[in-house]
Write a protein that binds this ligand. Structure first.
Ligand code: ZN
Ligand code: ZN
Length: 751
């Protein structure tokens, strides 16, 4: 056989995931000589092989790649013949443009877990055990290429034993950058709430923490992308203490459970949900609780403490994803409330200095000395009708690149919206989305926002030529965009929502987009959010929308469903509302009613809106379910609880000249004396609106916007339109906006 020299290039997530040792092992199997190296493009292999062996080698790459790798492209070319004596892994080089992906932080792998609990293993009980197939990545990276010197592990000098593993191409820890052991790696430290080290006497940190948790203490535990506040999830008092101290009234808490069988004691879990819970990403999965709604609890155990998710039967569960969490949960053998440690409206705390702002909330801190470079929250996912819906895209998923169906002409920076902010950078046919940043309502979160932009720029050696941002003049992200000396493009909020789905799904042609949302700034300066549009990458046509209604008190109306409902009552009955007796009017004093009537009549501080999100709120108020919300989305969640699938029919509405008049529905709803029927028919009416408006169009149906986080509504729409397209890799809420913005102007790409 004639041997030639070939160059194979592999692009995708191929660094820091054991790709080079995998290639090395293949070279031994196929008895070929040459080299393998990481570069900024991915992995490059030079190979001396005959044509048949080359084919086998390529097939093996395609089918056998390591668990954390993600291959986007494999290409090869023939080079002039060059002899090699052996196969060698060579030093990392840095070659110009960075197109390689950073691997996200992954949960502990099965092999490391076995070693963790094996008393004969030298890393027995070591809370930072890891290997090439698992553990932290993104959260510890300062820079690419992904090498130990470019991570927060650089300050830990490997011991002889670790180094031997690190340098052996056939070892599971070959070039695993974060490895360490009892001898040389990061260590734990237990502190009280004023930063003093707690004496351990004859016990260790894990055993001590377990005792403290059992006693009902609140402990801040440093994890992968930040700290969690944790307490015993079976201890009603401890949970209430956490709520009181954090001033978090009713917003549900996520629960970390020991394993899948403990998860089953709390929720019904189908096959898809189990796969998600145990996946290497280990997100928080929203599930149906089995312990709510009965005072006795289920056959599985006691009732769920009400403090976990008051009045809501959905529960967010997740499994331990680090060796540290595993050690604690195994010993404790109880579920833990696990909520991100952050000050309201601020990003997750990533160091002790940040955490001090929460002094008074926690009783103890379990600290470790591996720095968190890039903060990252837990991801939140749910399954609706077999579809994977990501509500918060962070740990395990971020930063993952998304391939576009075309090439961008320029380097583009997209700044997203204002709530659930994410930012994105785009170059060539690649987009890198930051993890969830949060709401841009504080100085702290704006700093975190800018830091995320800087991180992406630094790591990907990216210089933007253009900035795209939301049309809303009051968004902090828009203000920031205007401060940059770059070419600027404003993008309408709901258009960006639909474009985000199109980009993720690589759709090229026109679509019919339905954006049901909270509020977003419209082209006419009104607050849109019940939008039907035909779009492609060149632009969009607004086909229909909900008739405008007034949001009494502007931003206040977003938190107070009663204000929106009152406005609809004024639309229906004018001044007569002042003498009406119903759930909404009872939530106001007569003086308030009079004041708001004047505001409504004169349009004072009463911006007009077409938002479906606000319509949900109005319905919740009119039916007496929720007058003032204590967290975003509360009214919708409470309405999910009351939906009854056995109810049929929908209410009246009028669709004329591109406007949907829904006031007939409100009128009929007020005459309904059964709340469950009213709510169920309300959901059906929304579906019917889509049916009617979409009917004349022969285009793919695309759904986006925060309202589609509502499990009941989304389920009903998918039942009616099983072929509807929605995003699975980016959130339907404003977390998906940045991706849409990036592709929003045809001038920025060549077809
Ligand atoms: Zn491992
Ligand atoms: Zn070591």
């Amino acid at each position: 056989m004639v041997v030639f020299t070939y160059k194979i290039t592999v692009k995708g997530t191929v660094q820091g995931v054991g790709f080079r040792p995998f290639i090395y092992a293949l070279s031994e199997r196929y008895l070929v000589t040459g080299t393998v190296t990481n570069n900024s493009q991915g992995v490059e292999i030079i190979l001396n092989a005959d044509t048949l062996t080359l084919k086998q080698f390529l097939t093996a790459i395609e089918y056998e790649y390591p668990p954390l790798a993600l291959i986007e492209e494999v290409s090869y070319s023939q080079l002039p013949y060059k002899p090699f004596n052996q196969f060698k892994i060579i030093q990392t080089e840095n070659l110009g443009d960075i197109t390689v992906n950073i691997p996200p932080d992954m949960s502990i792998c099965a092999e490391c877990e076995t070693e963790l609990f094996d008393p004969t293993n030298r890393r027995y009980g070591y809370p930072f055990i890891t290997c090439t197939h698992c553990g932290v990545r993104y959260s510890i990276i300062y820079d690419l290429p992904y090498d130990r010197v470019n991570t927060s592990m650089k300050s830990f000098k490997m011991c002889k034993a670790c180094e031997a593993e690190y340098t052996n191409p056939l070892d599971r820890r070959y070039h695993a950058q974060p490895i360490g052991c009892w001898e040389c790696g990061p260590t734990l430290e237990l502190m009280n709430n004023v930063g003093q080290v707690v004496p351990l006497n004859s016990t260790n940190e894990i055993d001590k923490i377990v005792v403290l948790l059992k006693e009902g203490n609140i402990v801040a535990i440093k994890g992968v992308g930040g700290y969690h506040l944790m307490c015993d999830a079976t201890n009603e008092e401890a949970i209430q203490k956490l709520r009181d101290r954090k001033q978090r009234l009713t917003k549900p808490f996520a629960i970390m459970v020991k394993n899948i069988s403990m998860a089953r004691e709390w929720a019904t879990i189908n096959e898809k949900e189990e796969a998600l819970l145990t996946s290497k990403e280990r997100p928080i999965v929203l599930l149906q609780s089995v312990r709510v709604g009965t005072t006795k609890g289920s056959a599985c155990g006691a009732p769920q403490p009400t403090g976990i998710a008051p009045n809501i039967s959905r529960i967010g569960l997740f499994l331990p994803y680090t060796p540290l969490h595993l050690l604690i949960l195994k010993k404790l053998n109880r579920p833990l409330v696990a909520t991100s440690a952050n000050v309201t409206d601020e990003p997750i705390c990533t160091n002790l200095e940040d955490l001090e702002k929460l002094q008074g909330v926690y009783d103890y801190v379990l600290e470790h000395n591996r720095d968190i470079v890039n903060g990252c929250d837990d991801s939140v996912v749910m399954i609706v009708k077999e579809q994977h819906i990501i509500l918060r895209r962070a740990r395990g998923y971020a930063p993952v690149s998304i391939k576009l169906p075309f090439e961008l002409k320029h380097n583009v920076l997209a700044l997203g919206a204002n709530q659930k902010s994410t930012v994105a950078i785009g170059f060539k046919n690649q987009v890198i989305l930051s993890p969830h940043i949060g709401d841009l309502n504080s100085i702290g979160s704006m700093e975190y926002f800018k830091q995320n932009i800087e991180n992406l720029k630094r790591i990907y050696k990216f210089e933007p030529e253009m900035v795209v941002y939301d049309k809303h003049p009051q968004y902090e992200s828009s203000k920031y965009a205007k401060s940059l000396s770059l070419e600027k493009i404003e993008v309408q909020h709901h258009y960006a929502h639909i474009l985000g789905v199109m980009a993720e799904k690589q759709i090229r042609g026109k679509v019919f987009g339905v954006a049901f949302d909270g509020t977003g700034y419209g082209d006419d300066g009104k607050l849109w959010g019940g939008e039907f549009m035909v779009c492609d990458y060149d632009g969009y046509e607004r086909i229909a929308y909900l008739n405008y209604f007034k949001l009494l008190g502007g931003a206040k109306a977003i938190k107070e469903p009663r204000r929106v409902a009152l406005s609809l009552l004024f639309d229906l009955y004018g001044e007569n509302v002042l003498t009406l007796e119903n759930q909404t009017t009872q939530a106001f004093s007569l003086t308030e009613l009079k004041t708001y009537f004047i505001a409504w009549e004169k349009g004072l501080n009463a911006p007009e809106s077409s938002s479906v999100g606000r319509l949900f709120d109005a319905v919740a108020s009119l039916l007496g379910i929720c007058q003032v919300m204590s967290f975003e989305g509360e009214s919708g969640m409470m309405m999910e609880e009351l939906y009854d699938s056995s109810v049929v029919g929908y209410y009246s509405f009028v669709y004329e000249n591109g406007k949907i008049d829904f006031l007939p529905m409100i009128k009929e709803m007020l005459d309904e004396n059964n709340t469950t029927i009213a709510i169920s028919k309300f959901f059906h009416t929304l579906v019917e609106m889509i049916v009617v408006v979409y009917a004349p169009y022969d285009l793919p149906l695309v759904l986006s916007g925060g309202v589609f986080q509502n499990r009941v509504l989304l389920g009903l729409v998918l039942e009616r339109f099983p072929e509807a397209i929605l995003s699975n890799a980016i959130p339907p809420n404003d977390g998906g906006i940045a991706l849409g913005q990036l592709v929003a102007n045809s001038d920025i790409y060549t077809r």
